[in-house]
Design a binder for this molecule. Structure first.
Ligand SMILES: Nc1nc2c(ncn2[C@@H]2O[C@H](COP(=O)(O)OP(=O)(O)O)[C@@H](O)[C@H]2O)c(=O)[nH]1
Ligand SMILES: [Mg+2]
Length: 286
């Protein structure tokens, strides 16, 4: 048995925790491409996230119990259609998005997480639609005005989201290890809260969404020669539990395992699947 480790990276509020909870529901039920090889050591953590979803709400970022948890969550997974019994270890460092934010802002990453990254062959990189933590790049005039008002502090000091994402790609380029025999490490860019998009934008697909919203980042992931990158759009339950009461009600009355979907840019047209494990399955399928 060999084992591969993949990590979850992304800024605060990018959808990591909620995706993990939904992913756990799917791998535990064993219906998707990826299945749990056995129960994780720290099952309470994912069960707690899941219980929020089952009660009809996203796991809140303000939940101190979840956010201050310092466990290094990991679960062993296997591929349903694989002939071998190869196990894949999914590792979630710290779960605190602030870690990645600090790493980019200070160009420093704690030794412990550095070694986690250096032991991983792939990563899920999260970016969320309509997050209030997203920072748009400023045009020159606005930047100038903010500088006049606030000096070096305030919004002018914030790193635009797409610059942040490019920096994370750079981290991954320099740390992820090649999976055997000699392929490039894979990075699945997961665009979360896909359900929040209007029909037109959604129809364009996740690649097109990134090109419009974060052109610098979209170009960066096309250019990289060290990584193999694929973009996915994900809605963990298929709608918005926060602001859409009608959806929330129908979701609570329905089946969590039948909710949610993944979109990806296929061969010329868009592919949609109800298997929420797909981005991780693609990472490890090799
Ligand atoms: N509409 C919608 N919102 C989502 C989805 N996934 C996450 N969110 C929102 O994103 C917020 C942050 O998610 P969280 O998992 O806490 O992000 P983290 O800080 O990266 O762990 C949640 O509170 C939800 O409001 C989704 O699939 N659909
Ligand atoms: Mg979180």
């Amino acid at each position: 048995m060999t084992s591969q480790a993949v990590v979850l990276v992304g800024g605060p509020d990018s959808g990591k925790t909620n995706y993990l909870g939904r992913l756990w529901a799917a791998v535990n039920a064993g219906k998707g491409r990826l299945r749990a090889a056995r129960a994780p050591g720290d099952i309470e953590y994912v069960e707690e996230i899941l219980s929020h979803l089952l009660q009809g709400g996203f796991a809140p970022r303000s939940d101190k119990n979840l956010e201050t948890r310092r466990t290094n969550f990991s679960v062993s997974l296997t591929l349903a259609d694989s002939a071998t019994s190869e196990e894949i270890e999914l590792t979630v460092p710290d779960v605190l998005g602030e870690l990645w934010k600090n790493a980019v802002e200070t160009l420093e990453i704690r030794e412990h997480w550095m070694s986690k990254l250096q032991a991983s062959t792939g990563a899920l990189l999260f970016v969320r639609i309509h997050s209030d933590q997203n920072v748009a790049p400023m045009d020159w005039v606005t930047a100038q005005r903010i500088l006049e008002l606030h000096g070096d502090e305030g919004d002018a000091a914030k790193i635009p989201t797409q610059v942040f994402l490019c920096e994370l790609v750079r981290f991954l380029e320099h740390t992820l290890i090649k999976p055997p025999p000699s392929q490039r490490p894979r990075v699945a860019v997961v665009v979360t809260a896909w359900d929040l998009l209007d029909a037109d934008t959604s129809a364009g697909g996740p690649g097109e969404y990134l090109r419009k919203q974060y052109p610098l980042f979209a170009g960066r992931i096309l250019d990289t020669e060290r990584l193999e990158v694929r973009v996915f759009g994900v809605s963990i339950v298929g709608g918005d539990l926060t602001d859409d009461e009608a959806f929330r009600q129908s979701f609570v009355d329905g089946d969590l395992l039948k909710s949610g979907y993944v979109v990806s840019d296929g061969q010329g047209n868009r592919e949609r699947s109800d298997d929420i494990t797909l981005p991780v399955a693609w990472l490890v399928a090799g």
